[in-house]
Design a protein around this ligand. Structure first.
Ligand SMILES: [Zn+2]
Length: 264
């Protein structure tokens, strides 16, 4: 069972490494609910998570998460002790704390550019995070850290090519066109692209053609200058004759008759 579990993590994280650039040490963003579950299951997060991911990890949280856990009072005191032992990343809400859910979602942003793994027992946060491409979601299944398989959004975006991923939508395209018209750039951009194609195209093609011609021409020279000139000369001549003999004799005669008629 254990081996199968590690294989799964390895497979899932390989996906995030290849498609979204995740690298060790992974940054794991935890919330209060994860710490509550860790306390209940007596899971030492700092020890178990590096083992689970097969390498060093950075366990992080935010000021908003700490404050929210703190607000629950004595009930979550033990969870608060756990969450406080980890470094907290600046979330931008210092002095004006917001709910942990909103804070963590803002940390992920639209593309999870900082490559966080989100660790939470909050089902709503798990679901919301799964709609952002490239967010691995971790939770505790009783005492076992469990990484969810990559979400549909993550796999769909990973399958798109680079161009499609960064493609501008219609609204953005219209805005771009409007800006170009204002600045008068629109007409200048198109010829630049054409020039690039022209410069790029001919060079490799012309090089290849020259090589082929040079390679094909030299072989007959050494043969003709070889020790058997008598055998070679007849070989070259028939090739020319064959081309001429493609016209059948009766057609030749027909042409001659035609020419004779014209002369008359
Ligand atoms: Zn915050």
């Amino acid at each position: 069972m254990k081996i199968a579990r590690y294989k799964k993590v390895h497979r899932y994280m390989n996906f995030f490494r290849n498609s979204y650039g995740f690298r060790l040490p992974y940054q794991i963003l935890i919330d209060g609910t994860f710490c509550v579950a860790a306390k209940k299951g007596k899971v030492n997060i700092a020890e178990q998570l590096p083992k689970y991911f097969g390498g060093p990890v950075k366990i992080l949280t935010t000021q908003c998460v700490i404050l929210e856990t703190e607000n629950f009072g004595k009930q979550l005191f033990s969870a608060l002790v756990i969450v406080k032992q980890f470094k907290h990343h600046r979330c931008g809400h210092e002095g004006k704390p917001i709910p942990a859910f909103e804070c963590l979602m803002s940390m992920l942003g639209a593309k999870n550019e900082n490559r966080y793994i989100i660790a939470t027992q909050d089902f709503i946060l798990q679901k919301a995070a799964s709609h952002i491409p490239g967010v691995p979601v971790l939770y505790l299944h009783e005492q076992t850290p469990t990484l969810k398989p990559p979400s549909e959004t993550s796999t769909r975006m990973a399958n798109l090519s680079g161009r499609e991923r960064f493609a501008v939508n219609e609204v953005q395209r219209e805005a771009l066109l409007a800006n170009k018209k204002r600045l008068g750039i629109e007409e200048e951009v198109q010829p630049e692209r054409k020039h690039r194609k022209r410069f790029k195209g001919p060079n490799p093609l012309s090089c290849k053609k020259k090589k082929k011609k040079q390679q094909q021409q030299p072989p007959p020279q050494p043969i003709s200058s070889g020790s058997m000139p008598n055998n070679v000369e007849p070989e070259l001549k028939p090739k020319r004759k064959r081309k001429r003999t493609k016209i059948p004799q009766h057609i030749k005669e027909h042409f001659r008759e035609m020419l004779n008629n014209k002369d008359k």
